[in-house]
Ligand binder design. Structure first.
Ligand code: SAH
Length: 492
């Protein structure tokens, strides 16, 4: 069959693609249909035809999927944020679990029975709304020239006016309204991407969910100049704006970030605090888990978060994900543990509460500074951090002459290695070094189950057995999936 643009077909949607689009098939030819969901029967119009697949648009929903729900957010089809909000939450979780299982079977080469046996029930949220502790709102103008803030429409840079995203904190709306009003009253311009003119580019808001502390960072189109010049007035009538924001309950830090580059990168290199502290605090508790229940313990870690640091956006689920990883590490207080790709030490400090000694590795130097400071502030003395690539730092320690010290020996043969790499997964050299170090257990935390499956295959061929795995829903209504796995050494 020759497929052509603008042709109309009737398809049944069977799956969800990487960007949340529905996937249907006609004679082995895959159609990627935006806004369609598994279980839908729909008339679709082809918009772009490739050799083995095509993109299509929903023309008419002939029979809606029984799993469809009315999306709470009126903007969900335009906004790129919540691709699967129209699918019931229960089915979202089932979809994520199946996606991980399929990847482990197809890419990882594991037997389907084995995967069914080792996978624990997915960890969903009781209330999958308002879970994000971070929001970045672009500022600009509507078609009518009205000053607005909101979200980029999916894959574009046109802004949809909306100050109350249902995934974010309630406080965001108040903060954005104060800023919009100030900009109108004092004639402060928003940035125009095309012309490279105008002042306010983005507003970043962070909230410490357990502390209630709020951080506002206004990203402006200007050069920083003198760092630390707190009294400098970067925004017209800046003090009036600061006074209004500072009155909000929980307000802890107000800063200006400078970004005069013509770039999609939101934040520039320099930030100046104009009111309050440079960082906010948040606390995470360790939970005990036996595979079903999560029981809060009295152990916790407090983190300091600056505007540019990486910090998990869903703190409620992050506690559960890290607690799962910690239970997989099965620590008794004596173990030597490596935490590779450690960021600001979030997982490392959890591990340190129950381990003998933890070594964190991370490529971003500022993150390592934060990790060390977080360890100090929590009186955690058994965590050390190294800046560098995991695939370089780990071999360097492994290949060091043995017998130098007891610590060096323990580092070469740790009890547990935890990895939490970015989407592209672990470098093969890193995996090969882990195999040579022969830890008793490996805990793999992953944000991409395809690369996870690829890496687990290598580890299992190298003498490890996949023991348990668990999906933890960090991005409710979105398509991304986070999963933790535990491997045990089999060869002696
Ligand atoms: N475990 C942390 C961070 C996970 S995100 C947390 O949960 O908060 C992945 C981290 O890996 C990022 O901080 C990124 O900067 C870092 N990273 C990316 N490539 C790396 C590499 N080759 N070696 C070490 N760290 C790397």
């Amino acid at each position: 069959m020759a497929f052509q643009k603008n042709q109309i077909y009737t398809v049944e949607i069977e799956d969800i693609g990487a960007e949340g689009e529905g996937i249907g098939r006609i004679e082995g030819f895959s159609l990627f249909v935006k806004d369609a969901l598994p279980g839908d029967k729909a008339k679709v119009r082809l918009t772009k035809v490739k050799k083995n697949y095509a993109y299509a648009r929903l023309e008419e929903l002939l029979e809606p999927s029984p799993d469809r729900v009315t999306p709470r957010c009126p903007f969900h089809r335009q906004c790129g944020g919540c691709q699967i909000q129209a699918l019931s939450y229960e089915k979202q979780l089932a979809f994520k679990q199946t996606k991980v299982e399929n990847n482990l079977v197809r890419i990882g080469g594991f037997a389907p029975e084995k995967i069914r046996e080792i996978m624990e029930p997915v960890i969903g949220m009781e209330d999958p709304w308002r879970y994000r502790n971070k929001a970045q709102y672009p500022f600009g103008y509507s078609g009518e020239g009205e000053l607005i803030t909101g979200f980029y429409a999916g894959r574009t840079h046109s802004i949809i006016a909306n100050t109350d995203c249902l995934l974010g904190a309630r406080e965001n709306q108040k903060i954005l309204e104060i800023i919009l009003k100030h900009m109108e009253q004092c004639h402060v311009s928003a940035y125009d991407e095309k012309k490279g003119r105008g002042l306010v580019r983005h507003v970043l808001i962070r909230k410490g969910f357990s502390s209630g502390e709020l951080m506002v960072c206004i990203v402006i189109n200007a050069d920083g100049g003198k760092s630390g010049a707190r009294a400098e007035r970067w925004i017209p009538e800046q003090n009036r704006l600061v006074d209004r924001l500072a009155l909000l309950h929980g307000m802890t830090s107000i800063s200006v970030n400078f970004n005069s580059e013509k770039t999609n990168v939101i934040m520039g290199a320099e930030t100046v605090t104009i009111w309050g502290r440079d960082k906010i605090r948040d606390k995470m508790h360790l939970f005990r888990t036996d595979g079903s229940e999560f029981v809060k313990t009295d152990k916790s870690v407090t983190y300091e978060i600056s505007p540019r640091s990486f910090y998990q956006v869903n703190p409620v689920q992050a506690e559960r994900l890290y607690s799962t990883a910690l239970s997989y590490a099965a620590l008794t207080g004596k173990e030597t543990v490596w935490d590779l790709y450690c960021g600001i030490g979030t997982i490392s400090l959890f591990l340190a509460r129950d381990a003998g000694q933890v070594y964190g590795v991370e490529v971003v130097p500022e993150a390592i500074e934060d990790a060390r400071e977080n360890a100090r502030k929590n009186n955690i003395a058994n965590a050390k951090f190294f800046v560098g690539r995991a695939e370089e730092v780990l071999p360097a320690f492994y290949e060091e002459e043995s017998g130098i010290s007891e610590e060096a020996e323990a580092m070469r043969h740790p009890d547990v290695i935890v990895v939490d790499p970015p989407r592209k997964g672990c470098d093969e050299i890193c995996l090969r070094t882990i195999l040579r170090m022969r830890p008793e257990r490996i805990v793999y935390v992953s944000c991409d189950s395809a690369t996870l499956a690829r890496d687990l295959r290598i580890l299992c061929q190298g003498g490890y057995e996949l023991k348990r795995g668990r999906v933890c829903d960090q991005f409710c209504h979105g398509v991304h999936v986070e999963v933790a796995c535990c491997l045990q050494r089999v060869s002696s």
